[in-house]
Design a protein. Sequence first.
Length: 287
Amino acid sequence: MNNRKRWIHAILLCAVGIGIASLQCGLVTRYYTLETDKLKEGQGMRLLMLSDLHSCIYGENQCQLIERVIREQPDCILLCGDIVDDKISRDGAEQLLQQITQIAPCYYVSGNHEFWSEQAEEIFDMIEQYGVHVLRNEQRTVTIDGVSFILCGVDDPASTGTRQARSYGASEEYRHVLSKFQNLDAKQLCVLLAHRPEYITEYAKYPFDLVLCGHAHGGQWRIPYLLNGLIAPNQGFFPKYAGGQYTCGSMTEIVGRGLALDWKPRVFNPPEIVVVEVSGTEERTAF
């Protein structure tokens, strides 16, 4: 074999290797930290977020996903929409839901696909039957080991109108719903669960310290260090909020890349579990 053929073969092998490596399907866990002076030094909590499962299954009875969640020892599990798909059987979602409440308290907000199914109310009832708290444009005070914070949840914009009319949702109606949170106690740590990350500037109008979202699926195709995502719903090509941590004023938004394994390949974009370590920085008063 002459040198030219060797080089061609080497290049082809590299291309194949890169192609295989890029189609990452293995679960990863992504870690973030949030420091806040709304909690005292030494106080904190471990939040675990799952989004965009779309009823996909990770091993028998979701064993791979459940094992990962257990390993992280979360204080609270937060589900940010599209856990159930509008076309795929609910089996994968139910296998997850029936087990996670045994690990930690669980809270859920809707995604667009639950509404697209035309069975949203039935889905919400099913989720609650498994012991998961469904947040629908409301707030609750959550206490973990004596540490309290306000947890809010907003329905996906696709909740309004008919299937054909609502498409991806009405932004004006969504903004109106968000206005319900304008009287939150800004002295307390406030966390919002929402499906859509692209409304970050709207969320920042309210006293949220942390917003957790999904929906963008990590931009589907990525090039590490060069392109964070190629295309995402509602954001189009080169989405600004494909996945990762973003700030807007004093607010932090964390966008999960989701768990869906469907016909669209995930290139350099493995499905992920998100863990947020929240820690207090306010100095304790000495007596």
